[in-house]
Design a protein around this ligand. Structure first.
Ligand code: GTP
Length: 362
């Protein structure tokens, strides 16, 4: 069976990180997002993953090659972004048109067993079966209404507040019959959620299979950090065998320190911290529930809590970064600066004064 992974989105809300690399290479627990997706697929009956890619495609090809986790990997390249539906039509020649195929958003972390979705799809004999999951706030997603026979009777993409038909949402994993490709116009940008699913729902050919599993859409900083914590908690406590950790420093489980990381005296790292290659952390630092990209420098007595620090960023001494803040690649934060409440710093920007406003972009 084949699966198409939608791996070409820009990731608007994580832009300071996704403007310099494909979103699928963002590290989660020190392993790119795409690896987690492929690992999950490799446990199902899928033998080939077709990656639908556009911007920074070469970086993904270079990273993955033609096979990984026992899956063959093919690439379907778009000149321009074709949305979530156009890439499926474009990859038609790569599919087996005599059997259903899987479609998966590449930016989802889940431990859901895809085989079950395929079995359910075969049992129901619809044209498409979506994995659906209950969430407290459906506004960011596609909300569905379903009847007692699991038909999806209504599909509303990103509903306005109070307009969601239910708290059940599209989990971004589908099984589709090849006939669904006839519903996708040729050649252009198509949103499967807005242009195809509502029609299939009206025709009674769309089914929903409710999943009860860990599921995170890595779309905003808070969820990116949640995914990181979830996967660190699933693995082996403290992993730091290739890092140089001062004897007086403390590592709190779970945390993952990659090769070439250095931690200075009296620093406390963890829980839920992933630090990528060659990051230098000074003395007396405190880092908790955070993701640090390769090559960053963290000066003495700096505090990082619930934050994401981009590649080669420099945080000087006595800096405080908190509450969903995101520091872009190569940004520089000067001595004594505090950034909190979801502040985003663009790549290469130097910040010399504290910012305490909510969600300010600099
Ligand atoms: P936001 O802009 O933050 O909503 O993120 P996004 O661009 O990733 O969009 P969305 O979450 O709606 O995308 C769902 C999935 O489709 C993700 O895995 C994206 O990577 C992927 N995707 C979105 N747009 C395209 C596209 O134009 N081409 C391809 N190949 N994949 C896409």
């Amino acid at each position: 069976m084949k699966a198409i992974i939608l791996a070409g989105g820009f990731g608007t809300r994580l832009r300071p990180l996704s403007c310099t690399r494909p979103k699928m290479l963002l590290p989660v627990a020190n392993q790119p997002l795409i690896d987690w997706c492929l690992m999950n697929l490799s446990k199902s009956d899928v033998d080939t993953a077709i990656l639908a890619v556009n911007y920074f495609a070469e970086a993904l090809v270079r990273y993955l090659g033609t096979t990984k986790y026992d899956l063959g990997i093919l690439y379907s390249r778009e000149q321009r972004p074709m949305g979530t539906g156009g890439p499926l039509k474009k990859a038609k020649e790569m599919l087996n048109l005599n059997e259903p195929f899987i479609v998966m958003n590449g930016d989802i972390i889940t431990d859901f067993d895809i085989k079950r979705l395929v079995d359910y799809h075969k049992e129901k004999k619809g044209l498409a079966t979506l994995a659906i999951i209950e969430v407290p706030d459906p506004g960011r997603f596609g909300s569905v209404e379903r009847d007692s026979e699991s038909h999806i009777t209504r599909f509303v993409e990103k509903p306005e507040p109070g307009k969601a038909p239910s708290n059940l949402i599209n989990a971004g994993i589908y099984v589709l019959e090849p006939e669904v490709l006839n519903y996708i116009p040729n050649g252009g940008k198509v949103s499967i959620e807005r242009q195809v699913f509502p029609i299939l729902a009206k025709e009674g050919k769309l089914y929903g299979y409710e999943i009860h599993a860990q599921w995170i859409d890595v779309g905003v900083s808070e969820d990116y950090l949640r995914a990181n914590a979830l996967l660190l908690n699933r693995s082996d406590g403290v992993k730091a065998e290739k890092a140089k950790v001062n004897q007086t420093a403390t590592l709190i489980s779970p945390c993952n320190l990659a090769e070439g990381v250095e931690i200075g005296e009296d620093s406390i790292i963890g829980p839920n911290v992933a630090i990528a290659e060659n990051v230098l952390v000074g003395k007396g630092c405190r880092i908790e529930n955070s993701i640090i990209f390769p090559g960053a420098t963290i000066g003495d007595y700096t505090n990082i809590k619930n934050a994401i620090i981009g590649e080669n960023a420099i945080l000087h001494r006595w800096v405080k970064i908190e509450s969903g803040s995101l520091i872009g690649d190569y940004a520089e934060i000067e001595d004594g600066v505090t950034l909190t409440r979801g502040v985003t710093v663009c790549p290469s920007k130097t910040v010399g004064e504290s910012v305490l406003d909510q969600h300010q972009v600099m």
